[in-house]
Structure formats: C-alpha cells, structure tokens
Ligand binder design. Structure first.
Ligand code: SF4
Ligand code: SF4
Ligand code: FES
Length: 313
C-alpha cells in the first residue's frame, strides 16, 4: 500500500493549497503516472495534472516528487517511496500553480522565445538541404534531445531568487543554435546571452543536470556557450572577466587570489563597481576574514602550470 500525499489547489474553491492523502494497493510495476491515473479514475476525478505520451517523450507530466522534479511516466512508484510508504507530490517549482499539479508555463516559454530558438542565416536559402557533418551535428545533438518538460526550470536555484534569469532550458536551447554550423548569428547570440540574466548568472550548482531526464543536461550546454563567448571575444562583462581572472590566478599560483579576482571581475576602471565592493571588503576586514595581502603560490604550482600547458597544447 502506498500513500500519495498530493498538494491540492483550486483557487475557485479555496485560496490556500493543502495536502490530501490517497492510498493505492497493487502498485507493483506501475509508474507514478499510472498511479495518478488510478487515483483520478477510481478515487477523485477532480485531481488535475498534465500527461500525454506516457513514454518520456512529450514532456507534459513533470511534477515534484519528494521535493525534486521528475517525469511521472518515467519513474516506477516503488522507486520513489519514502518513510511510511509515502510519496509526496507537488507542482513544479518556479512557476505558478493553476490547479493541483498543473502549473503556468508562460514564463518558461517566454524565456525560450527570448533566445530566438530558430536558425538565422544570412546566406541565400539552398536549393536543397544545408549539409552538416556528423562532427558538426554532435555539437548540438545533446541539446536537441530536450523535451521542454520544465524539470530543470523547476529546480534551478537562481530562478528561485531571480525571475530575470533565462534559466537552464532556454539556455540549453540557445546552445543548440549558438553551435549550429548552419547558423550565421553566433556572435550576436553570445553577446545577448552574456547580458544580465544570461549565461554568467548561472551559479554552476548542477541541479539542472541532476533533474534532466534526457541527455540535454543544461549546465553542460551553458558551459559550452560560455566557451564560445570567450572564444568570440565577448569578455566585457563581469562573468567573463571573473572566469578569466579565476583561470589566470590558478595558472599563476595554483590557488585563488581573493584580493585580485573581485577587482578584475568588476573591471579596474569600473569605479562604481569597485565602490560597490567596498562594503563587503570592509565587513570582511572587521570580521578578520580578509585574505592575506600577499598571495602565496601552492607548493606544487609547477604541476598546475604543466597541466595548463598540456591542456593548451
Ligand atoms: S547549474 Fe545553473 S542553470 Fe543549472 S540549476 Fe544550477 S544555477 Fe540553474
Ligand atoms: S533541459 Fe532537460 S529538464 Fe530541462 S526542459 Fe529540457 S529535457 Fe526537461
Ligand atoms: S506523459 Fe509524456 S513525458 Fe510523461
């Protein structure tokens, strides 16, 4: 017997959401989506959630199970059972619930739209198809597997505090066009994606990779856009400067020079940015947490330099 503790919400009847419990026996070999269907068909026809393909293809059935986003049709219910034979189900995060487990995907789609998710080529359209080599296709293959389920968007830590962030799914979609050999707008795309709310606002937590049910793995795609942006010389922003300063510091001393990196990240001539750093610097000083003025190299710094040399070769 499994207990399904489901967050219910129907603004037409009650302003606040609440949890309701349903019990099912005979759940062996059933997916979580099969169980939701059983509940809807036999216990409460008003239970609302999305589904379509039941094969991890359409991306409709993503929900939060025990606090993390999953595809309900891709997981066996038995794999999700926690203490007291219970599974807790909630709507996806970072989007407004509409009813029970169904959320409003508008902000998700608006952000996908923002990255111009279509080919932009200045070339005359070819008479037949534009060819792509297997190697060129491999660069966009993983991002192409995204099924727009929103699991990554739901669990992204940055989106919890910053609505302006494009989010993992839109950025994975962006990579699919940034690195598409048939696209002619790479530089314009990476310039746009380097602005606030774009690639450099990702905190590298990796949660989206954990949640993604496909090989799209957004954080890996974000890193690929960052690499293209740096290669294209789009470095006049805090994120790119931070990455370059970080790399330079490790290369020269084997560790992070915490005095220099913040200054190089905001830019030596960015007077306002440097002033903005002052309160943090002073607080660290008063709490005795400021790094030593003279930055020392680690003992094995020559090994680090060798790794950099081999990588650059
Ligand atoms: S790695 Fe970046 S995009 Fe992915 S969940 Fe974390 S902050 Fe969001
Ligand atoms: S990147 Fe993965 S988790 Fe995010 S929407 Fe696409 S398939 Fe879903
Ligand atoms: S119902 Fe289509 S992905 Fe689950």
């Amino acid at each position: 017997m499994i207990t399904f503790k489901i967050k219910r919400y129907n603004p037409e009847k009650q302003a606040e959401p609440y949890f309701e419990e349903f019990q099912l026996g005979e759940t062996d070999d059933l997916t979580l989506l099969d169980c939701l269907n059983q509940i809807k068909w036999t216990l409460d026809g008003s239970l609302t959630y999305r589904m379509s393909c039941r094969s991890a293809i359409c991306g409709s059935c993503a929900v939060k199970a025990n606090g993390h986003a999953i595809l309900a049709c891709q997981k066996q219910a038995s794999q999700l059972v926690k203490d007291n034979d219970t599974i807790t189900l909630e709507p996806l995060g970072n989007m407004k619930p509409i009813k029970d487990l169904a959320v409003d995907f508008k902000p998700f789609w608006d952000k996908v739209d923002k990255v111009n998710p279509y080919l932009q080529s200045s070339k005359k359209p070819p008479e037949k198809e534009t060819k792509q080599s297997p190697e060129q296709f491999k660069l966009i293959d993983d991002a192409s597997t995204c099924i727009m389920c929103g699991a990554c968007y739901s669990d992204c830590n940055v989106l919890e505090v910053d609505d302006n962030f494009l989010g993992p799914a839109a950025l994975a979609k962006a990579q699919r066009f940034v690195q598409d050999s048939r696209d002619g707008e790479t530089l314009a795309r990476v310039k746009e994606l380097s602005k606030p709310g774009g690639i450099w606002d990702c905190t590298h937590c990796g949660e989206c990779v954990e949640r993604c049910p496909k090989p799209a793995e957004p954080f890996d795609r974000i890193k690929e856009i960052m690499t293209v942006a740096l290669e294209q010389g789009v470095t006049n922003n805090n994120g790119a400067r931070h990455a370059l300063s970080f790399t330079k510091s490790v290369k020269s001393s084997g560790s992070l020079n915490e005095n220099i990196i913040p200054v190089e990240s905001v830019g030596f001539f960015n007077v306002k940015g440097l002033f903005d750093l002052l309160p943090v610097g002073l607080r660290m000083l008063f709490k005795g947490k400021n790094p030593p003025i003279l930055h020392k190299s680690i003992d094995d710094v020559e090994d680090v330099k060798r790794i950099y040399m081999e990588l650059s070769e």
